[in-house]
Structures are given as C-alpha cells and as structure tokens.
Ligand binder design. Structure first.
Ligand code: MSP
Length: 508
C-alpha cells in the first residue's frame, strides 16, 4: 500500500530582514505538522524558503550598495541556517531567484493569458512598498504628519504606470462557492468570515506587473514589465512540486500563513489557480501575531524577539514547546518572559522531567537498571491505555485543525494523571513493604512516559529523542506504531540523566 501524502508550506520570507519570532513561529508550526504526519505514516513534503524579488528587496540592496543578487544570496543563507538551527525538517528550501521558479512563473502567466484572464491597461493608485501591496484610497489612514498610510501603518506612494491586470473581479462567485463548499478551506472561522465579507464587498482587477524597476521575473513577451511580486511569490508552492512537469504533490494540503497575508493566499492564490485550471490547496490557516510584554513588536521600538536569543536563554525545545502551548494558534499572543519560565519549569522540568527522572533513577538504583517485571492491576492498565490510542486519536484530531495548544494540553492531562498515580502509589515506600508492587508501579510509569514521549516528538524532537533513549525505545522504531507495543521487562536501560532542566535566574 502506498502511503498517503501530505504537503505543507510556510510563507516564503522576505530577505530584507533578520529572522524574527514571526518567521520562526510559522515554520515551527509547519514543522510540527510535518513531523507528526511522518510519524503517522504519511509521505510528507514540507516546503519553506525565501521571497527575493520586488521593489522592497531592490531598495534594500541599493541602500547597502550591493546588487540584489548579492544581497539575496547573503540573507537567504541566514534563513536557511535558521531552519537548521531550529531543527526544522523541511524537505526543500526554495528561492524565487532560482531558474526552476522563474520558469514556473512564466508558464503560469502564459496559461492565465491564453485563458483570457490578463489584459494590458494603466494603473493609477496607491502602493505600499513595505507590504508590496496596492491599496484603495478608501482603505488609507492619515499619519501624524499628514502623510497617507496603509491600514498596516506602512507609508504608501502614488504609482501611475502601464500595467497588466488579472481579471480578479470575474472570480468573485467562484471564490464564494469555494468558501461555501469547502468550509475549512480558511481557518480559523473568524478569519474565514472576514475573507467572505471582503469578497462579497466586490473585487477589483489586480495589477500584476510593474515597469519602474526590474528586479523580478520578466513578463513573457513584454520584457519591459516584471511580474508583481505576489504573483511570483505565491507560485513558489507550485514550483517546488516540479510543475509544469509532472507534479504529483500538487495541490498542497496546507498553507500556513500569518494573518496579515491571508488575503493573498485565500483570494488571489485560488483565483490564479482557478484561472489556470489547476487544483486548489486543501487549506489556508492564518495564525495570529505575537506582541512582546504587551507591546506591538517593531524595529523602531527595538523590541523584536530574536529566536536565537530564546534558544540560547531557554533551550530550543523549551522555546518550541512554549510558542505552541501558550497561545491558541489562530489568536494573537503576548510573549511574557515570566510565562516562558513557568512553562519551562512547571510543565517540562516538574511534570514531565521529574516524573521520568524519579522513576528511572529508582529503576537504576533498586532494579538493576532494567525494565522491571510487572504484574499489572486494572488501574495500571488504565493509565497505560490512556497514554496510547485514545491520546493519539485526540492529538491527531486536534492537530488536524491546527489546535496545537489543546493537543499539548491533552498530553499533559495524561502526564498529570501519571503524577497523581505515582504519588498515590508511592513506590519509594513500597520499596520496603512490597518490592514486587514497586516494580509494577515503576513499569507502569515508564511505559506511560514512553508513550507520551512518542506522541510529543514532533514538538520537541531533541529532548524526546534523549528521553526515548533513556526508556529503552529502539531508535529505528519510533513512529506511532510503537504505541502498539510495550516495553519488554529485562531490557537494560542507560544511566538516567535529566532531560528538562529548570530555568534558574542568573542573579538568583
Ligand atoms: N514574502 C511574504 C510572504 C510570501 S508567501 C507566498 C511575506 N514575508 S515576510 O517575511 O514578511 O513574512 C513574515 C511572516 O511572519 C508572515 O507570515 C507574518 O505573519 C509573520 N509575522 C511577522 N510578524 C509577526 C509577529 N509579530 N508574530 C507572528 N508572526 C508574525 O510576508
């Protein structure tokens, strides 16, 4: 039987900036989806990369006095390194300056053109280079010094030039049908409703080429024009599948994006695909934005959250856990250092770490460091079973709607049960009164730890690998099938060591 496939993407990131929390956050969520699906038997393709064309990048390069190609080579490498340093398991890293991508863009353009969806006219209107987006006069607000600003707060400039247009207005009904027939095409629900009312408000044709700069993919047949950077960027999802050659991985199952770029993914992108007669992705999920200790994050405030700093201060897996546990994925969230420390110490060091450490050290000291022989009671069996198929099913269902925080909550419900169990059974007392029972209790605990650890692998790949070593789970057998087996008594275990350190304030 061939494995079912799963194709998940992140936005491709603009290379005009150092990686910040927003970049790490979306890619982390995609990584967890990809890792979970792999362990669950899927043939997974996980794509991330960099968005390198457009006026914004051209200007950034100019201000540094280097060519856009040099500039994008440098910054793209930084994003590639972030993927490695955060243990992201992407299968591909796409750059929009690659030949494979330019060819895909030109092919898509030609298909749209030959289907009659593109025409040449003149654009006159507002453009925000920072957002690479066109805005209607009615959407603008006034800045403090009387200048006009985009709804995002970014400055706009007046643009008047010859431009190709995409007949977006012709796709209104088909888009509304899509949202209707595929109710979870856009998640979360609140965002879906926003998109629906925006489309119902009427769509204008979209300017899809520019002539006043040249850092982009040339328009086939008219090289005075380069393609609008969003048409170019969105096509990356298709390029990476090998399109226009045979592209069995298309369509993507899931595009993960931030809420600010939902419109491009949920309106423009499906309209382009419909126009080119290509299959549509399964879902676009828009996550919320982080603030820092209650403040909006901005370069000018100097409060940008650096993912590397989090990793250095709290540890990589701790950071990964916190970002997905603290806030529902669709909501905005506030990064508070105190909350990070609490999660790290209470959930990871105390609840999970201690449970494992206590039981494994008793096994090392009192039971020859081997998986104990056990005679299990109904209560022992109940705990072990709760950490098996029912937990996996619950987590699977929650991850299928990107509810990372609730999935983690349900794993911690079982970990808490195991803590209640070990305290009530008190194996440290049984050591003197009933050593056989002590062995069964410790078996029950480490088998439960083994199970929750298998399920937690996608979120904390490094720490769970260490913990699985400590409970004697063979390295080649760590997919979710391993939940159908149990630890074999007599298996020698390595010397226990702590996997989840406590955070201690440096000056404490
Ligand atoms: N290049 C486009 C995407 C093209 S996809 C075909 C782009 N790039 S970006 O570098 O600006 O992307 C930034 C990503 O980070 C977006 O998904 C955005 O939502 C996310 N975030 C930026 N600031 C953020 C926070 N403060 N919090 C969470 N995510 C944030 O857009």
């Amino acid at each position: 039987m061939t494995a079912p496939t799963y194709y998940v993407t992140t936005p491709i990131y603009y290379v005009n900036d150092r990686p910040h929390i927003g970049h790490a956050y979306t890619t982390l969520a995609a990584d967890v989806m990809a890792r979970f699906k792999r362990l669950d038997g899927y043939d997974v393709y996980f794509l991330t990369g960099t968005d390198e064309h457009g006026q914004k990048i051209q200007r950034s390069a100019e201000s540094k006095g280097i060519t856009p190609q040099q500039f994008t080579d440098e910054v793209s490498a930084v994003f590639r390194a972030l993927a490695e340093d955060f243990n992201f398991s992407n299968n591909d890293f796409i750059r929009t300056t690659e030949t494979r991508h330019k060819l895909a863009c030109m092919e898509l353009w030609q298909r749209l053109e030959s289907a009659g969806h593109i025409y040449l006219d003149k654009y006159a209107g507002w453009y925000a280079v920072s957002d690479e987006a066109f805005y209607d006069e009615t959407e603008l607000k006034e800045g403090p010094d009387g200048t006009k600003l985009a709804p995002t707060g970014k400055p706009v400039e007046w643009v008047e030039e010859e431009s190709y247009f995409f007949r977006l207005s012709a796709f209104e009904d088909r888009l509304l049908d899509l949202y209707q027939n595929q109710p979870d095409f856009i998640l979360p629900k609140g965002r879906r409703n926003e998109v629906i009312s925006f489309v119902k408000g009427g769509l204008q044709d979209l300017s899809i080429s520019r002539t006043t700069f040249d850092w982009g993919v040339p328009v086939p047949g008219n090289e005075r024009h380069v393609m609008y950077v969003w048409l170019d960027a969105l096509t990356n999802y298709l390029t990476a599948t090998g399109w226009p050659d045979a592209a069995p991985r298309w369509p993507a199952d899931m595009h993960l994006v931030g809420k600010d770029i939902l419109r491009f993914h949920a309106i423009y992108w499906p309209a382009f695909l419909m126009g080119a007669d290509l299959p549509l992705p399964g879902r676009v999920f828009a996550h919320g934005w982080w603030t820092n200790e209650g403040e909006k994050i901005s370069k000018s405030l100097g409060n940008v959250i650096d993912p590397y700093e989090l990793k250095a201060t709290f540890g990589l897996d701790q950071t990964r856990y916190f970002l997905l546990r603290e806030v529902p994925f669709g909501n905005d969230g506030d990064f508070r250092r105190e909350a990070m420390v609490t999660r790290m110490n209470s959930d990871l060091a105390n609840n999970l770490g201690n449970l494992a450490q206590r039981s494994l050290s008793m096994i090392a000291k009192s039971l020859d460091g081997q998986v104990p022989e056990a005679t299990l009671t109904a209560e022992d069996e109940a705990l072990i079973s709760a950490a098996g198929a029912p937990l996996l099913n619950e987590v699977r269902g929650l991850l299928d709607v990107q509810s990372f925080n609730r999935a983690l909550e349900s794993v911690w419900a079982v970990i808490s049960e195991a803590n209640v169990y070990i305290d009530a059974q008190a194996p440290w007392t049984l050591k003197k009164t009933d050593p056989m029972r002590m062995a069964s209790v410790l078996y029950t605990v480490i088998e439960t730890v083994r199970r929750v650890t298998l399920i937690l692998q996608p979120v904390m790949p490094e720490s769970t690998a260490k913990l699985l070593d400590l409970v004697g789970q063979p390295t080649g057998k760590r997919d979710f099938n391993a939940l159908e087996h149990r630890l074999v008594p007599g298996t020698p275990l390595p010397k226990p060591e702590g996997v989840f350190p406590r955070y201690v304030e440096a000056d404490a």
